[in-house]
Structure formats: structure tokens, C-alpha cells
Design a binder for this molecule. Sequence first.
Ligand code: NAP
Length: 360
Amino acid sequence: MKAAVLTKLGAPLAWQDVTPPAIGTGEVLVDVHSAPILSYANEVFSGARRYLIPTPVIPGCGAIGKVREVGPDATKLKVGDWVFCDPTVRSRDDALMPDITLQGWSARGEGGQMLQRYFRDGTFGEQVRVPTENAVAIGQIDPANASQWCALNTLLIAYGGLLKMNLQAGECLLVSGATGNFGSATIITALAMGARSVIAAGRNQAVLDDLKGRFGNRLVPVKLTGDSERDTDTIKKSVAWPIDAVLDFLPPSVEAAVARAAIMAVRPYGRAVLMGGVGMLGGDDLALPYPWIMRNNISIHGQWMYDSAAVTGMVRLVHSGLLDLEQFAVTEFSPQDVNEAVAHAASNAGPFKLTALKIK
Ligand SMILES: NC(=O)c1ccc[n+]([C@@H]2O[C@H](COP(=O)([O-])OP(=O)(O)OC[C@H]3O[C@@H](n4cnc5c(N)ncnc54)[C@H](OP(=O)(O)O)[C@@H]3O)[C@@H](O)[C@H]2O)c1
């Protein structure tokens, strides 16, 4: 088969012949139809992000494809089923604290790297081997829409945070970092789940206007000033009801005070879920006031990725028509042009933009 190989960090990808993977028990072989290219793939492949990705490797994080072969222990999946290849691979020998590797992308800690040695290659190839539970059936789709379905990759991460906070229909959600990739995915997902209103906090007026144009009255844009106290106050006053929950997706470049200003807009008994990168490159601690958390019965959670059942829940939102994948503008590239595709993804980042490698 053919695949895009990264021989070493900083080298261009090469679409070349490789040995096809073979599967055993507990694994599924998938024919990759379309694989998303994340906007920061160039930084992962150059080494700038310092992700734990060994080389040589077939990179690629997530895909839409069809089952080519199942292992002897698969009870439901059949050859020919459309599936989402979930990159979040978990170790199976500790249900309480599984190690995680993002197949074809990165790993967390020593255990994640052990897992990565086996589930190493990702989705930028004609076939990919995944653990059985990571080939999640998505039902019948139009093959022409396989790349559009790659939006699941981004949407699922947002959905993971919303499930963590147990967002209920009718609730009011504040999204911090709302104008970014994952923030905007949070907005569309929360609205699909029935949020009464979603407050989009950001600095970029053009993007805030675009979000308002897409989602109408249930979307409440708030332009941030950088003055924490003023921003918290403006956020609280942007709706006539309490803010039930906050999801933060701010990147590492942002000062902790910006995240704090958003989190502290939540109502007493409210919830905050932290999913961004604040503090990962240093800087001040988040330093939320202990008495404020305690006296107000605030719940604060961290969330990396999503639980495996989330994929099925997200697929239901799409098939029911509650979440419209047409919101995503997709640009497809043939696999021979993988390097152009990676460059395109980097220069076309932003809400509801998707670059995909159309492999089949
Ligand atoms: N937990 C997980 O499972 C998970 C998974 C994937 C990614 N992530 C993390 O999610 C984070 C966001 O990624 P992304 O791709 O969505 O980033 P992005 O597209 O670059 O978006 C960044 C957001 O931060 C806002 N922002 C930047 N500087 C700001 C400032 N000084 N004040 C206020 N807002 C500011 C931007 O708004 P403006 O319009 O104002 O610039 C934008 O909304 C990253 O740290 C990434 O590593 C987490």
C-alpha cells in the first residue's frame, strides 16, 4: 500500500510504498477514505511543538474509512462499515487510569509511549490498523461527504468537555477562546445539545460577527478588553440569566488572568472545564481564589480528549440533523500533495475550516 511517511522531524512527507499493516485479535483494519489535517500539523512534523512522535512514522490523527478486516473478537463491526478512526488509544490493562496515546500524533508519559510503540502509525495511508474499540461505526454516509465527516475529529474534543460538565438542554454556557478552532466547535456542539444560550468570549470582532451570523439569537458575542474585572462583569451582564458552565479552550500563549476572568463569571454551584493550554509554556498559575470556589460550590474539571462513547453520541447529533456538518468548509487534497495540504491547513486555520487528505 501507499502512505505518507515522515522519515525524521523537519523532513517533508513522502507518499511512498510501505508494508501494509496486519491485524490480530482486538484489532481492525480500515481502508482510509479521508483524513483530517490539523492546522498545527506543520509544527508537529517540524518538531516545533515538541510532541512525542517517533520517526519514521506514518502520521495522521483520526480518519473516516471503511472496515477492511475485523479481528476474531469483533461482535458488531462488519467489513464495509463506515467508521470514524478514533485516534485516542487507551491501554486496556488499567480501566481506572488508562495510558493514552494519540495514534499517529503524540503520546502522554511513559505508558503512552509504550502504547505508541505498537499503535504508532496513523491515518495518512491507504490502510490503518486500530484497536477494535477505536473503529467506531458512524452508519451510512454519502462517500462524497467522507471529508466533511472528518470534522468529527475537532467536534469530539469539544463534546468531551461538554459531556464532562454534563451540559443540560436549556443551560447557558460560556466559551472562553470561542473564536478558535475548538472554541467554535464547542459553540456548534453546545447549541446542538440544546443550550439556551452560548456566550462567545473573544477579541476578534470579525469572527464574533461571523459566529453571530451563523447561529443567531442563541449566540451571545462578548468582545474582551483584556481588563479582567471589566471582562468578567461584561460577560455576566451579556445575558439576563446566570451562566451555568464555562468551557476554556485558551492556548498556551494566553495569560492565566484571561482564563480566570471567564471562569469567575460562572454562577454559584456552576461548573468549569479546562481544556486549553494555559500555563503549558510557563507563565502565572491560574490561581482561582480558594474561598470563591468553596463558598460558591464551584466544580472545576480538566479534560483531555473524550470518552469512547462520545463518538456514538456525536454521530447521533449529526444524523438527527441537530448538528450540521455543512457549517465546515472543506478543502481536499490528493495524498501525493500531502505537503501542500499541510501548508494549506496551517495558513487556513480558524473556525469551521477543514483541510483533508482524500485518500480513496
Ligand atoms: N484538552 C484537549 O483534549 C485538547 C485537544 C486539542 C487541543 N487542545 C488545546 O486547545 C487550545 C486551543 O486550540 P485551538 O486550535 O482552538 O486554538 P486557536 O484556534 O488558535 O484559538 C485560540 C483562541 O484563543 C483566543 N485568544 C488568544 N489570545 C488571547 C488573549 N490574549 N485573550 C483572549 N483570547 C485570546 C483566540 O481569540 P482571538 O480571536 O481573540 O484571538 C482564539 O479564540 C490549545 O491549547 C490546544 O492545545 C486541547
